[in-house]
Ligand binder design. Sequence first.
Ligand SMILES: N[C@@H](CCC(=O)N[C@@H](CS)C(=O)NCC(=O)O)C(=O)O
Length: 258
Amino acid sequence: MNHSDAPPSSSGGDPIVFYDIASGPPIRPFAPNPWKTRYALNFKRAPFVTQWVDLPDVESTRKSLGVEPVRFHADGAPFYTLPAIRDPDAGDKVVGDSFDIAVYLEDRYPQAPSLFRNGSMGLYASFNTHMDTVFPMGAALAGEHFPFNPATAEQSKAAFCRRLGVQSWDDLILSKEARAGILSGLQKSLGDVAKYFRFAGDGGPFLGGKEADYADIIIGGWLMMFCETVPEWKEIREWHGGVWGRLHDGLEPYRGTW
Ligand SMILES: N[C@@H](CCC(=O)N[C@@H](CS)C(=O)NCC(=O)O)C(=O)O
C-alpha cells in the first residue's frame, strides 16, 4: 500500500471488521495468516470485531468485499483467502492480505507501538515470504485434527482433495512413518530459522530481544496454527532450545479474546 492511501489516524468511530476463518464450534481462531492479523490488530490496539467465516464461505465473502485474490492455484485460478479487514471509519477501506493489513495498521495507528522497526517494511515482507515457505510443511500434521465445522466438513474436505489432487480425504491421513518424516523435516527446516534467534540477545524471547515486532508475529501466526491443530505442538515448542515455546508465550499479551 502506498502511504498516501492511508487515512490520517483513527477517529475512534466504528471498529474495524476482521474476517477470520471459523473453526467448528466452539469457534476459535486457528488459521496462520489470519492469526498474523489478529496479533497485529491487538499489537496496534486497534478496535475491531471478528466476522467469522466458515471455510466454504471464504470465496463468496472475499468476492462480496470486492478484494482481489492474492493467491493462485497451480493452474492459475484464483485461490480465495482470508484474512481481510474492512475499516468503516476510513470510508470502508478493505485490505485483503495479512502483510498489507499490517502495513495499513502501522499507518492507521501511528501512536501505538511500531510493528516495523526503522520503517523497513521491505525486509519484513521478504522475511514473511521466506517463513511462508518454511512453516507450511507442518500444516500436513494437522490432517485429521483440522478443526472443520462438522456442518460443512465434507464440503471442505472435498475442496482440499480437489486442490491437492487426491481421491479421498483418507489419502491425506498420515501414517505413523509419514508423520515422523514430516516432523523431522520440519525440525530440520526450523533449525535454520532458530539460528536467527542468536541475535536476540539475553534469551529473547523475540527475534529482536525483549520487544516483539511483526517478524515475531509472522512466526507467531504459524505457531498458533501448530498450537491449535498439531498434536505434537508440545514437542515442537521445545525444539532448538525452546525458542518456539518462548516466542509463543511472549506473544500471549497480543492474543486478545474472541
Ligand atoms: N498471502 C495471504 C495468504 C492468505 C491465506 O493463505 N489464507 C488461508 C488461511 S491461512 C486461507 O484463507 N485459506 C482458505 C482455504 O484454504 O480455503 C495472506 O497473507 O493474507
